[in-house]
Design a protein around this ligand. Structure first.
Ligand code: MN3
Length: 210
């Protein structure tokens, strides 16, 4: 009988920059703990939840698409792994990145202008009670802002009605992402986010759908 290949467990991706690279906007200690402790725990707990089940070896996207049928540990930790893996790539120490013309046009159509977008996005981030994420999604009806609770995300089959679409960018609004530097001032953290957001990556996601 041929041996089935053992499915590869998920791994914590390396940060694409140093912990201090996003200072002064996002501080080094928050980045280090957030990545090496919080995100690592989601990866470990996800692997433990999948071990020995028929879902071992599925991609995160495949898991998200059927998450309503899976144990809550897969929803929480699979969402946590997907969300944070995306989040790190959305951040950059490079100042002044810009959206492409076509993304900017879509933002203008949906929100009036960039300031209108930022205002509505901040509102979604601020009005999420407790822990969760704010998102910008590409949908069949243009760009849409939404938020999710806990580690849920727009790719989950549980979130189609709430959010839906393809997530172009997401902002972690769990207190662990800002408490050390900003304490209870989530609004200041949201403002700081615009200084480290990589619009080139957001644009690439908008153009390619990946
Ligand atoms: Mn987090």
């Amino acid at each position: 009988e041929p041996l089935k290949p053992k499915p590869m467990p998920f791994e914590l991706p390396a940060l694409p920059y140093a912990h201090h690279a996003l200072e002064p906007h996002f501080d080094a200690m928050t980045m280090e703990i957030h990545h090496s402790k919080h995100h690592a725990a989601y990866v470990n707990n996800l692997n433990a939840a999948l071990l020995g089940t028929p879902h071992e070896g599925k991609s995160l996207e495949e898991l998200m698409a059927i998450v309503s049928t899976l144990p809550v540990a897969v929803r929480n930790n699979g969402g946590g792994h997907f969300n944070h893996s995306l989040f790190w790539t959305l951040l950059t120490p490079q100042a002044g990145t810009k959206p492409t013309a076509s993304l900017e046009a879509a933002i203008t159509e949906a929100f009036g202008n960039m300031d209108g977008f930022k205002e509505q996005f901040a509102k979604a981030a601020m009005s999420r009670f407790g822990s969760g994420w704010a998102w910008l999604c590409r949908t069949e009806n243009g760009l849409k802002i939404c938020s999710t609770a806990n580690q849920d995300n727009p790719l989950m089959d549980t979130e189609k009605a709430n959010c839906g679409g393809y997530p172009l960018l997401g902002l972690d609004v769990w207190e662990h992402s800002y408490y050390l530097k900003y304490q209870n001032r989530r609004a200041d953290y949201v403002t700081a986010f615009w200084n480290v957001l990589n619009w080139e990556l957001v644009s690439a996601r908008y153009e390619s759908g990946q």
